[in-house]
Design a protein around this ligand. Structure first.
Ligand SMILES: Cc1ncc(COP(=O)(O)O)c(C=O)c1O
Length: 390
């Protein structure tokens, strides 16, 4: 039997974790080699990671940054989002979207989601567009391509920018385009639970040279010259800053890991798909359990498998969570909606959050990672089934 990685939280009752990272021997070799370089940041691994990523997504430009939150922040900055502007986000997303908007001193406008696919509700989106609205951040939630065509139509009609949140969606395509290349920019996360990881890390992709140049500058303090160009001509310490930026760089060690992980993204997503298909076939027809709508594999990266626990299951989502926990199975909820947080509550209109409030009480994401075993999945499946039968 495969040895389980140690539980960091020292919870010895966890027999079946929600997630395990997959760091291969190749990953370790390439990271070790990067540690021998003279440049530990802004070197050849960064150049290669960005070039591999733009080849994979067929985006003209890829700019690696320290995490997806930084990618979102820099995208909004590069698109000119500023104080008093409004940016629309779905209520069911990670707080990073709201934080990136607030980091531009702009206002997040939180809108409702659809009941079945959890995408941003188009009717609610339309109702919330004002003169101050400047951008929309649609989220390819759980790895599935969202209603991006409709969002784009509305954006065109109202002259709005679109920043795609692709944190879950490496390997997700829409009509043969990789997500992130449809709107003005796409933002990816390489956080440990994501389909590929650099521990912490992110990427902005875009087809616009102006946006790419701006993101690249702001990523490194706003410097108008790259490190390479400073050291290959003139005086390295002479460079100008017109607009102050941030230190959102991704170091060489993380870029090396990203290169290696990206090489097997197709394999990773295929393994995830196999695990998802197994859950999907075994969890059919359990009264009260609603399974996610799975579409064709091209349009999904299978990042999360999220079920809904409804009244006829005979037990609430929280009760099911507790029962699974007692059986040593760790599950979680993605996410507590934005409207529930103290920091964002003042941006919420009650009429905008009806569906999210209901859905939030029902969702539960089951353990999922590329190397998950049948034994692990069977434990989850059998536990859910046995609870229904009691
Ligand atoms: C949908 C979504 N957007 C953005 C982020 C932020 O990513 P990062 O942790 O890389 O900043 C996450 C992270 O979990 C996410 O799930």
């Amino acid at each position: 039997m495969k040895k389980m990685k140690k539980d960091f939280f020292k919870d010895s009752s966890v027999k079946f974790p929600a997630y395990e990272p997959w760091i291969s021997n190749d990953d370790k070799r390439i990271v070790n080699a990067a540690l021998d370089q003279t440049m530990l940041t802004f070197g050849p691994q960064l150049e290669k990671f960005e070039s591999d990523f733009s080849k994979y997504t067929k985006a003209k430009y890829a700019i690696a940054v320290s995490n997806c939150t930084a990618a979102l922040h820099l995208s909004l900055k590069a698109l000119g989002i500023k104080e008093k502007d409004e940016v629309i986000i779905p209520d069911l997303t990670f707080v990073a979207d709201a934080n990136a908007i607030l980091a531009c001193n702009a206002k997040p406008v939180i809108v409702d989601i659809n009941k079945n696919d959890f995408f941003l509700s188009i009717s609610n989106l339309k109702k919330n567009i004002t003169k101050k609205t400047k951008a929309i951040i649609p989220v390819h939630i759980y790895g599935q391509v969202c209603n991006i065509d409709e969002v784009l139509d509305i954006a065109r009609t109202n002259n709005l920018k679109v920043v795609e949140d692709c944190a879950h969606a490496i390997g997700t395509f829409h009509k043969s385009k990789h997500v992130g290349t449809i709107g003005n920019t796409g933002c990816f996360s390489f956080y440990p639970t994501k389909n590929i990881t650099t521990a912490e890390g992110g990427m902005v992709i875009t087809n616009s040279k102006n946006i790419a140049d701006k993101v690249r500058q702001l990523r490194s303090h706003g410097m108008l010259k790259s490190l390479k160009s400073r050291y290959t001509g003139g005086y390295p310490w002479v460079f100008d800053i017109v607009e102050p930026g941030y230190n959102y760089r991704l170091d060489e060690i993380r870029c090396a890991l990203g290169i290696s992980q990206l090489r097997r993204v197709a394999k990773i997503n295929k393994m995830r798909k196999t695990a998802v298909s197994y859950y999907h076939s075994k969890l059919q027809n359990i009264p009260g359990i609603i399974l996610p709508d799975l579409v064709s594999d091209k349009t999904h990266s299978y990042h999360l498998y999220t079920i809904r626990v409804t009244k006829s299951f005979g037990m609430s989502r929280n009760q099911l969570f507790k029962k699974l926990k007692q059986a040593g199975i760790r599950t979680t909820v993605y996410w507590m909606p934005i409207h529930k947080f103290t920091a964002y509550n003042k941006y919420v209109k009650k009429s905008n959050i009806k569906t999210t409030s209901k859905i939030y009480d029902e969702i539960l994401s089951l353990p999922l990672f590329p190397n998950i075993s049948k034994r692990h999945q069977d434990a989850v499946i059998n536990c859910i089934k046995s609870l229904k039968n009691n």
